[in-house]
Design a protein around this ligand. Structure first.
Ligand SMILES: NC(=O)c1ccc[n+]([C@@H]2O[C@H](COP(=O)([O-])OP(=O)(O)OC[C@H]3O[C@@H](n4cnc5c(N)ncnc54)[C@H](O)[C@@H]3O)[C@@H](O)[C@H]2O)c1
Length: 358
């Protein structure tokens, strides 16, 4: 897949046995040295192969927590690179999910005003969604992704077999984004999603690689021509307005894509209550989404905390709340006139009906 970007064009390649292919991957690239940023859990799980891959190059092992994506932690990683005498002829190479991606991407875009960066996504969410689109983000104070830049990796290489070792919650987090993108596409892609989800094992089945690829293609169709998120790309926030607020209010007790699933359920209920979505469509979508809702203790959060974070949502404009609502497959639109009392009443109803299945 070749992706056009106003920052720099880049590519995505699917590779089997990636950890055995260092030579092949780096052979054609011009660089002095590599420095690796590696997700701590990934490193532990694949230690021998990863160490072989790193060879004599330097590596920084980083725990994938939202707290790493912070203003205060950034200094530590800039310092490490500078102390390693990283130059613009070197390449930063990241193995990890969305957290390592956001952190590395932000550093890559700002250190020396831009360095070379290669990304090997290791979670389903990063492979099917976040690896493309050029966004990099840092959390600020208690709010999600408030600081960031647009800076894609130079190259992305995906080995989907890495998903085999994900926890159920992290796998379902990727499924959450996969569902979102297919609900934002068309009937053909929606049928592809239903066919894929009807399998017993969502990793070990013949539709798996195809669904990861179709998710990337749908995402590209949304940001092609709107990379800097001023129009159509905004719609990809379907499920994210409430989802981000829930993540932050619960101190990240739910994985990102699971929060997006809950956020889509919330947006759909609000759409139903506004008469935008029909009851039959609402029930059809809810049956699908709720299969992957995580168990969540709603006593961990309050509506006031959720409202606090919704108010700080970077997508909000005007004096009311902003949310992407939905009518049907491929029919989402941004609403900037949502009143506090509408959110409170939807919340009450949503929480009272909520059943986490896992
Ligand atoms: N930049 C973007 O465009 C974009 C888009 C969507 C989400 N995000 C961000 O991505 C983050 C979520 O990303 P994520 O879901 O990949 O989570 P993550 O990076 O936190 O990884 C989830 C967990 O999986 C572990 N892990 C990584 N690879 C593994 C493997 N192969 N096997 C077993 N465990 C593994 C990690 O250590 C972590 O515990 C959020 O911070 C979100 O805001 C960014």
């Amino acid at each position: 897949m070749k992706i056009k970007s106003r920052v720099k064009d880049y590519s995505v390649e699917f590779v089997d046995d990636l950890l055995k292919k260092k030579e092949e991957i780096f052979r054609s690239l011009d660089y002095d040295k590599l420095v690796f940023f590696i997700d701590k859990n990934f490193h532990k799980l694949y230690e021998k192969q990863v160490e072989r891959f790193i060879g004599k190059e330097k590596a920084v092992i980083i725990p994938a927590t939202e707290h790493q994506k912070s203003y205060s932690k950034l200094a530590l990683y800039y310092r490490k690179l500078i102390e390693m005498q990283f130059t613009r002829k070197d390449i930063l190479v990241t193995f990890g999910g969305g957290v390592l991606q956001d952190l590395s991407g932000f550093i890559a875009s700002t250190l020396y005003r831009g360095i070379k960066w290669i990304f090997f996504p290791t979670t389903l969410l990063a492979q099917a969604d976040s690896c493309i689109g050029s966004k990099t983000s840092i959390n600020f104070d208690k709010s999600k992704n408030l600081i960031g830049s647009f800076y894609p990796p130079d190259k992305i290489f995906i080995d989907t077999s890495f998903c085999r070792t994900l926890t159920r919650a992290d796998f379902n987090s990727g499924i959450g984004e996969i569902i979102k993108f297919h609900l934002m596409s068309d009937e053909k892609e929606y049928c592809r999603l239903l066919r894929y989800l009807s399998q017993d094992d969502l990793f070990e089945n013949r539709y798996f690689n195809a669904i990861v690829k179709s998710t990337l293609k749908i995402k590209y169709s949304y940001f092609k021509g709107d990379e800097f998120d001023s129009g159509r790309r905004n719609l990809l926030n379907y499920g994210h307005c409430f989802g981000h607020a829930l993540e932050a209010a619960s101190n990240y007790a739910v994985a990102h894509g699971e929060a997006v699933l809950i956020g889509m359920g919330f947006a759909n209920l609000l759409s139903l209550k506004r008469g935008i979505m029909s009851t039959s469509k609402y029930e059809e979508f809810e049956r699908l989404i709720s299969m992957y809702y995580p168990k969540f203790d709603w006593d961990l959060v309050s509506i006031d905390e959720i409202l606090y974070h919704l108010k700080r949502d970077k997508k909000r404009v005007g004096k009311h709340f902003t949310m992407v609502l939905c009518k049907d497959v491929g029919k989402q639109f941004k609403c900037d006139d949502i009143k506090e009392k509408e959110i409170r009443s939807t919340y009450k109803e949503f929480v009272s009906k909520y059943e986490g299945k896992i």
